[in-house]
Design a protein around this ligand. Structure first.
Ligand SMILES: NC(=O)N[C@@H](O)C(=O)O
Ligand code: NI
Length: 172
């Protein structure tokens, strides 16, 4: 079966452009102050984890991403109905983000962003996004998201697979 593929060109990640989907996590000087006798600059309160629904608690993990085959094809989107999910890169390499505002995601409704190695994001709760997309052989990310009660199963992961359609990311 041939897929009906559209092309999406990633746009540069900015706070304003990403605002409908969550927050950009970046060392923003305006939100910083010196601590530790002036030896450390704290970039304070850049994003707020939203994980407490249904007895959730915040956890920190590391995702070691590896590239998908080229051309990167977006065939599905996912979301976490019970909590936010933050990705903070642990090395200076570009990476990709794909999100969608629509209640039912479609390839044409997706927006793609290219992020620098000094930019992280937090997807707001229940925002459609594609699983981690990296460009280097391995890219580590610090993840802040939600752990729920043992019996909740996959309650915090909803997937939507496109049927017969998809999007190819045109990487600059
Ligand atoms: N499934 C999982 O833990 N990872 C995804 O949520 C993702 O956004 O990469
Ligand atoms: Ni996710």
């Amino acid at each position: 079966m041939t897929l009906d593929l559209i092309e999406i060109r990633p746009e540069p990640l900015t706070k304003g452009a990403f605002a409908p989907f969550g927050q950009v996590i970046k060392a923003d000087h305006d939100k910083s102050y010196l601590i530790n006798e002036g030896t450390t600059r704290r970039f304070h309160d850049l994003a707020q984890a939203d994980v407490s629904d249904e007895e959730g608690e915040a956890i920190l993990s590391i995702f070691r991403g590896t590239p998908r085959p080229l051309p990167i094809t977006i065939a599905m989107m996912e979301r976490h109905p019970l909590g936010s999910q933050a990705f903070v890169p642990m090395q200076p390499a570009l990476w990709l983000i794909v999100v969608c505002e629509d209640e039912v995601p479609t390839p044409a409704g997706c927006r793609a962003f290219i992020a620098s190695g000094s930019q992280g994001v937090q997807y707001a709760k229940n925002v459609w996004h594609h699983p981690l997309l990296v460009l280097e052989p391995t890219q580590d990310f610090l993840i802040v998201d939600r752990k729920g009660p043992a019996d909740e199963g996959a309650a915090n992961l909803e997937e939507h697979w496109f049927e017969g359609t998809g999007a190819i990311l045109k990487i600059p």
